[in-house]
Design a protein around this ligand. Structure first.
Ligand SMILES: Cc1ncc(COP(=O)(O)O)c(C=O)c1O
Length: 389
């Protein structure tokens, strides 16, 4: 057991694990919504969708209240028969697999690649059977799954591909943006992600027809934006039926609102700069830990190529390491308990022995654009001190 941190010349800091990077511009954008007095589903949502379409280079983008909602609807649009199977990584956040259950489908958990911790493609092949209808690769921490191999493998088997892009925004893999490799992609703007709207998500595709019902599905089944009805009400030339709508699909209350979208528009403008800062921090960390073999980077990070949401390390003494950093005021985490170990998914358990063991060596360290160089140095000092003791 390592001893408690004793401050010598350095003051004890409190270093956050994640933090949204927000400023005056976001505040002004929200203020503008207040002044227009339209804070629900409105024109800012439309504006954000158009900005995102241009940013990703896709034909359709629909803003939702979360990536969880996006993943749910992404599977729903295919109307798969109940009980069919969907291949998901064991190492992911709950939502990738709960989306499968929401659709009355069965998750099949795939083990992690030992190097990237993304889906292990040989285990994917082993777990596949003829009941599988879709695969949901997660670009874990922001590191791309090898889509160049996964996509033709999935196409040969007629599997739909839903990319869970919750940890990435603005990265390309082999010349194609992450989020444009599959049939549908789902991005997250929850507060810890590369950019934020508080909570929010975006569902994207190049196949406009595939997403044709999603605007209704996000708005309790109503295929008509209510802000457009409100506009029609004040248009003297419109008839008396401006209020009319039909329900023809089962919908949910999953829309993004104008408050969130107005923050999203500003954040999207700042995304390249925020991603750049994340990359600088990552390089600082990598240089700082490269000399010590007992603490290894979690992934083969390539900060010049990809934007990362998670920086972490692998250590045989995970719990001691966490306690050591905690005593110094450095927040840590572990992303995630593999879903194949979760009680909710017990009935779908399958062999994911690599990640179920390896996760006991994985620790997430602070990473967000507002992290200062001295905070990173402070975390590194904590790591060095741990290695010395
Ligand atoms: C891999 C992954 N997928 C999906 C989600 C769900 O995102 P949201 O919080 O926007 O619903 C998360 C959130 O942490 C995630 O990490």
């Amino acid at each position: 057991m390592k001893g408690p941190f004793v401050s010598s010349n350095a003051e004890k800091m409190n270093v956050r694990l994640f933090k949204p990077s927000l400023g005056q511009e976001e505040l002004l954008a929200v203020q503008d919504c207040f002044e227009r007095s339209w804070i629900g589903l409105g024109p800012r949502v439309n504006e954000f969708e158009n900005a995102w379409k241009a940013f990703l280079g896709c034909n359709e983008a629909i803003a939702l209240n979360s990536a969880t909602a996006a993943l749910h609807l992404a599977l729903a649009v295919f109307r798969f028969s109940e009980g069919k199977k969907v291949l998901v990584p064991s190492l992911t956040f709950a939502s990738t697999a709960t989306a499968v259950l929401y659709n009355r489908l069965e998750p099949v958990f795939v083990d992690s690649d030992p190097i990237t911790l993304g889906m292990d493609l040989s285990d994917l092949d082993k777990k596949y059977d003829r009941d599988c209808v879709a695969v949901m690769p997660v670009h874990y921490a922001g590191h791309p799954v090898d889509m160049e191999k996964l996509v033709p493998w999935a196409r040969e088997r007629k599997l739909k591909i839903i990319e869970d892009c919750a940890h990435t925004s603005g990265s390309e893999y082999k010349g194609t943006p992450l989020g444009l490799w599959g049939d549908i992609s789902c991005f997250s703007f929850e507060e810890k992600k590369l950019m934020t709207t508080g909570d929010g998500g975006m569902m994207c595709s190049n196949d406009v027809d595939l997403l044709k019902d999603v605007r209704a599905m996000r708005w309790v089944g109503i295929d008509k934006d209510n802000w457009k009805s409100a506009q029609a009400y004040t248009d003297a030339n419109k008839d008396a039926m401006h209020w009319f709508y039909e329900l023809s699909v089962l919908g949910y209350k999953y829309n993004m609102n104008d408050l969130a979208a107005s923050v999203g528009i500003v954040q999207l403008g700042k995304l390249p700069e925020m991603n750049q800062r994340r990359s600088e921090i990552l390089k600082h960390y990598m240089n700082g830990i490269s000399n010590d073999s007992s603490i290894l980077p979690l992934l083969p990070y390539r900060p010049d190529q990809y934007a990362y949401q998670i920086f972490g390390v692998r250590t045989p003494n995970r719990d001691e390491f966490i306690i050591h950093l905690k005593s110094r005021g450095v927040a840590t985490g572990c992303h995630y308990t593999p879903l194949s170990l979760q009680p909710l998914f017990r009935e779908f358990a399958s062999d994911c022995h690599y990640i179920e063991e390896e996760i006991n060596r994985c620790v997430t360290l602070p990473l967000h654009p507002d992290l200062t160089d001295s905070e990173v140095e402070y975390v590194l000092e904590g790591i060095r001190d741990f290695c010395r003791s």
